[in-house]
Ligand binder design. Structure first.
Ligand code: NAD
Ligand code: TYD
Length: 340
């Protein structure tokens, strides 16, 4: 770690967004030393980081963010920025097993905050989600001052974590930021989430399970745009501030599924409407004017281009997702979808 100007501790860096962010940092900031602390749950995958595993400015540590001793040792070694991506992140899993969401997402966050306070981390960034604001009807957007109204155990755990981050700023003066981003898509997303699940199922000739009427709306952002937004917050975010991040790409799930089928030349008869998710949020839409105005960030990728790039990535990396889908994930898929 010595000899480097700035040390960034990324937690959850073997997951979807975290690994994209680690790759982004090492590409754009050769002077940074990046430490990746990840427990390697089912969602953590070191294959995502193969290209940089021997990079001289990169250290991987397998461990749990709830492990006070380990986190304390790492942060005591000198960390300038701590960026917390580590989380249980899938709404459907939070419905079947909420406990682990409280442990990792809430308790884990508090352990990180405590270490950041104790050892004088310069900035702590909490990667949160727009889901903490709950659900919108047809009109309106979430702003940073919208009330917290989480509806799933996942979003409730993320909202709780955000409140601890706020408290460490107000009570202890820890320099924090919270980012609340809309749905991400792009390379390395685990195939339990909508877009990679639908692409990979279509490629395998399997049914595409659409929940309820398929008219639920999400605001999609290409993952690289998210990484650039977090970078802007790292560099220029004002202490204690929350920043919403969104792509301004509202789409229904059905529109997305149809676009994927079209792009892959597959028939719409693969679509299967299945039982809805309980407590399913109807619409998310983000007002990201604050980060655009104050930190000069804006998304580069238009949704059609981003989706094409993503489909191409999954076509060129069949081994990556096939390994996941043919392993223990099969059991999950059976459990979640067989009686739906
Ligand atoms: P992911 O599930 O792909 O990755 C999570 C990572 O955290 C995995 O590598 C996993 O091994 C690790 N992890 C889990 N528990 C851990 C623990 N106790 N200790 C250490 N590591 C642990 O998630 P993602 O989609 O990359 O999301 C990353 C963050 O961004 C999450 O905090 C999520 O709430 C937030 N977010 C995600 C989206 C999205 O669309 N995916 C949108 C907005 C915000
Ligand atoms: P998901 O990718 O799980 O993200 P989130 O629930 O955090 O927004 O789901 C995105 C949308 O797609 C959501 O409205 C649920 C829907 N969905 C389906 O219709 N079928 C599926 O198999 C999955 C995984 C999601």
């Amino acid at each position: 770690m010595k000899g480097q100007d700035i040390t960034v501790l990324v937690t959850g860096g073997a997951g979807f967004i975290g690994s994209n962010f680690v790759l982004y940092l090492l590409k754009n900031y050769p002077q940074f030393h990046v430490i990746n602390l990840d427990k390697l749950t089912y969602a953590g995958n070191l294959d995502n980081l193969k290209s940089i595993e021997n990079h001289p400015n990169y250290t991987f540590i397998k461990g749990d963010i709830c492990d006070e001793k380990l986190v304390g040792e790492i942060v005591a070694g000198g960390v300038d920025y701590l960026i917390n991506f580590a989380a249980e992140s899938h709404v459907d899993r939070s419905i079947t097993d909420p406990g682990i969401f409280v442990r990792t997402n809430v308790l884990g966050t508090q352990v990180l905050l405590e270490a950041a306070k104790k050892y004088g981390v310069k900035k702590y960034i909490q990667i949160s989600t727009d889901e903490v604001y709950g659900s919108l009807d047809k009109e309106g957007y979430f702003t940073e001052t919208s009330p917290l109204a989480p509806n799933s155990p996942y979003s409730a755990s993320k909202a709780s974590a955000d409140l601890f981050v706020r408290a460490y700023y107000k009570t202890f003066g820890l320099n924090v930021n919270i980012t609340r981003c809309s749905n991400n898509y792009g390379p390395y997303q685990f195939p339990e989430k909508l877009i990679p699940l639908m692409i990979s199922n279509a490629l395998e000739g399997k049914e595409l399970p659409v929940y309820g009427d398929g008219l639920y709306v999400r605001d999609w952002l290409y993952v690289e745009d998210h990484c650039r937004a977090i970078d802007a917050v790292m560099q220029r975010g004002k202490p204690g501030e929350i920043y919403n991040i969104g792509g301004g790409n509202e789409k229904t799930n059905l529109e997305i599924v149809r676009l994927i089928l079209q792009e892959l030349n597959k028939p719409e008869s693969l679509i299967r409407f299945v039982k809805d998710r309980p407590g399913h949020d109807r619409r998310y839409a983000i007002d990201s004017s604050k980060i655009q105005r104050e930190l000069n960030w804006r998304p580069y990728y238009d949704f059609t281009d981003g989706l094409k790039l993503t489909i191409r990535w999954y076509l060129e990396h069949v081994d990556w997702w096939y390994k996941i889908k043919s392993g223990e994930y099969q059991e999950y898929y059976q459990k979640m979808y067989q009686d739906r």
